[in-house]
Design a binder for this molecule. Structure first.
Ligand SMILES: [Ca+2]
Ligand SMILES: [Ca+2]
Length: 459
């Protein structure tokens, strides 16, 4: 199997460059605020008494944001404003496309080699996810900011965390990118401008150009990096072998210090014994975490929706209700709660569970990845939910929906998005039958659905 280390190293470097390196200063455009827990404060890895994570005292979904919220609550930025509005560099797009193409090609090769029934390139959950379009949503916020944020909300236009005179004259720290797509709208457009693009990825800082740091990922990486509050997170496989106790194929989320690239901790999940029908080899954790305050949510290769403590065990505390971690050293992940969708919901993830969560108000939304059996003949679990909403603090399932039922064609590897229409918060769920479903965020009630299958398509 061809190694993809270099490719994905380039990917993280690309992201790192987008986050950390630049020659100019971009303006801070207004963006919807859904994460008020982010602070510009310097991370304290040795902190012994972190702030308690408390449930907001208001229900952000109860009263959708009024008009003009986006204008009145600009995203906190650590950049100096600059009156320019350049488009995002095309070089990044090309690199991303190349990655997606390579990923799809490799999956085709692997599948042709290893499984006659799995030769369809769509059998790669990661390839499917990479090709999924993001719905456009106007700049409205689906919620109001919680009043009882565990950490002080940053002041708009707050001074840069980086020193006034950047190291080597190169450093620019942009706003955070705390989930796949940047926010719950999944717009994907990075509003930052003025980033220098004349950088060159390499295996070491010395060999490259304009690199602040380099960190090794797994041999295959489909989880998109996210950046929040001084840390970078990425889902990958165990090729980096950061934890000596774990050898061989695993699903992994790595956490690095944003400023230095220092490895902080790793979530490690063993592979499911069922094999590739439920947990495709070497693809690791494909879900991109959603980060809010000192919590993050991610879907593992074992079809678990997990809530983790961003401080891990560095805070000297095993946060719960889940406290039974077998990996509980400082560089292991501190699991707060876990929802096993196979055990508790009967979900049959086809090839891999891959959904990247969003959090709106108190609820986490994901697709379960329920799909067909290994022979592609039937749905083992047609009544299991495809779309779920889970309380972000307790892990309780608030509502579930099994809409596509037995019309799921293959798998469900997509991720939800959210928006507000006429004052109502809608969750957009791409179903495994090719239909897009819009559900009420609070109740799961169906609002509308749209057939995205070409009219002349055959299955
Ligand atoms: Ca902890
Ligand atoms: Ca724990």
């Amino acid at each position: 199997m061809p190694t993809k280390s270099n490719l994905f190293l380039s990917a993280i470097l690309t992201i790192g460059a987008a986050v950390l390196i630049g020659g100019c200063t971009p303006p801070p455009p207004p963006r919807p605020t859904y994460d008020s827990g982010v602070t510009d404060a310097e991370p304290d890895w040795e902190a012994s008494s972190p702030p308690e994570y408390v449930m907001p005292s208001v229900d952000p979904l109860g009263e959708p944001a009024s008009e003009g919220v986006a204008e009145s609550a600009p995203e906190p930025s650590r950049l100096e404003p600059k009156p320019t509005d350049e488009p995002a560099p095309a070089a990044d797009d090309e690199a991303d496309q190349e990655m997606a193409d390579d990923s799809a090609d490799e999956v085709i090769d692997e599948a042709a080699e290893e499984a006659e029934m799995d030769t369809d390139p769509a059998d790669s959950p990661a390839a499917e996810e990479a090709a999924a379009p993001a719905p456009w949503e106007p700049a409205e916020t689906p919620e109001t900011a919680p009043e009882s944020s565990p950490e002080p909300a940053p002041e708009p236009g707050a001074a840069a965390a980086a020193p006034a005179t950047p190291a080597a004259g190169e450093r620019v720290v942009t706003g955070d990118w705390p989930c796949w797509g940047g926010d719950v709208h999944r717009n994907m457009v990075n509003a930052t401008t003025g980033i220098a693009i004349d950088f060159e990825p390499a295996a070491t800082v010395e060999e490259g150009k304009r690199l602040l740091w380099v960190a090794k990922l797994g041999s295959q990486t489909y989880g998109n990096p996210v950046v929040s509050n001084g840390k970078v997170y990425v889902g990958t496989n165990n090729g980096g072998e950061y934890r000596p106790k774990h050898k061989g194929d695993r699903g992994v989320v790595l956490c690095f210090e944003e400023k230095t690239g220092k490895f902080l901790w790793q979530l490690t999940r063993e592979k499911l014994p069922q094999g590739r029908v439920n947990d495709w080899p070497e693809q690791g954790i494909c879900s991109a975490p959603f980060v809010e305050g000192n919590r993050l949510w991610v879907v593992t290769n074992r079809c678990e929706l997990m809530c983790l403590d961003t401080e891990g065990f560095y805070d000297q505390e095993n946060d719960g209700p889940y406290t039974d971690e077998t990996d509980n050293e400082q560089q292991d992940a501190d699991i707060v709660w876990s929802l096993d969708m196979i055990e508790e919901m009967g979900v049959f993830p086809h090839n891999l569970a891959t959904s990247s969560p969003i959090v709106v108000g108190d609820l986490v939304y994901i697709l379960t990845s329920n799909g067909v059996d290994e022979a592609h003949l039937e749905l083992p679990s047609p009544r299991s939910p495809s779309f779920i909403a889970v309380h972000k603090v307790t892990g309780e399932v608030v509502w579930e929906d099994n809409s596509p039922l037995d019309t799921i064609l293959h798998g469900q590897w997509s991720s939800p998005a959210a928006g507000v229409v006429n004052g109502q918060t809608q969750i957009y769920m791409p179903g495994g039958n090719g239909w897009l479903y819009a559900l009420d965020a609070k109740t799961g009630e169906h609002l509308w659905e749209f057939d995205l299958n070409p009219k002349d398509s055959k299955w």
